[in-house]
Ligand binder design. Sequence first.
Ligand SMILES: NC(=O)c1ccc[n+]([C@@H]2O[C@H](COP(=O)([O-])OP(=O)(O)OC[C@H]3O[C@@H](n4cnc5c(N)ncnc54)[C@H](OP(=O)(O)O)[C@@H]3O)[C@@H](O)[C@H]2O)c1
Length: 271
Amino acid sequence: MNEEHTDRVVISGARGFVGKNLKKFLSKNGIPTISISRQNFKNNKFPSLKNTSHFIHLAGIGSESVDQDSFVKVNVELTKTVINLCKKNNIKNIFYFSGLGVSKNSRSSYFISKFNAEQLIKKSGLRYTIFRPSYIIGNDDYLTKNISKQILKKHVIIPGSGKFLLQPISIDDVCKCIKVGLNSSKFSNKIIDLVGPREITFQKLITKSIHSKVKIQKMNIELAYKKALTDINFEYGVEDLNILVGNYVGNHKKLQNLCNFKFEKISLLNT
Ligand SMILES: NC(=O)c1ccc[n+]([C@@H]2O[C@H](COP(=O)([O-])OP(=O)(O)OC[C@H]3O[C@@H](n4cnc5c(N)ncnc54)[C@H](OP(=O)(O)O)[C@@H]3O)[C@@H](O)[C@H]2O)c1
């Protein structure tokens, strides 16, 4: 029998895009949650985590700047804290959100920090699921917010050829996947690409999502990287470009085989 009993679920990064949506979804499905905030980590003071079956570790950053914490401090060090919290409170399962394309061959600081966090989790002795998401799409997601802001300025930039592939997944499907993981051991000690059924180029996704009269500018990739490196207001950060140019796609079939529901095919942003 594969079914497991779920007590309370604790979520770090609960105020972020995934966290907010997941909390709402789990509450609708009668699964109580506890949120761990940035303040909890900062003060090293946490709410009671008794009778908790799973820790969903979402807190993380995807870009660095001089006035922000570093990838190592957030993506790696907070993961150590979370593992210790699980052990101290007898929480046996941890779900971690890494990133699609993360591997032992990663060379970018963001990907390396996610890889190192994955390694800590794998070696923790806890039952783990490492999700590697592509772009997660919903109301207010990171990519949609970025493109909507550009649309308002009537000028959308596509870096390079725009021909790199993405494999977006809807936030609703992400929440349903988590529920499958909470209610069974199907995902235990696995690394799973959190990717939708459709591969689409960045160019196609953007052009399809623009309805009004907006100028689309293809920007030479060298110039785009130069701006990303030096201009804090540029639409794309270095890691955004790395992820795009990386052309990362994943194994949807494996995910589909583990989850018995139909995934949404994403070809539009909610701009
Ligand atoms: N969304 C995607 O498309 C996507 C794709 C691949 C991977 N991921 C990964 O999935 C996870 C969730 O993504 P998301 O879109 O929900 O991200 P998000 O909206 O940026 O939320 C990130 C969360 O991390 C928290 N956080 C940031 N810095 C922190 C710090 N120094 N100390 C403690 N908490 C901190 C934030 O807290 P505050 O609310 O206090 O700011 C926020 O709740 C992240 O780890 C991300 O890297 C997401």
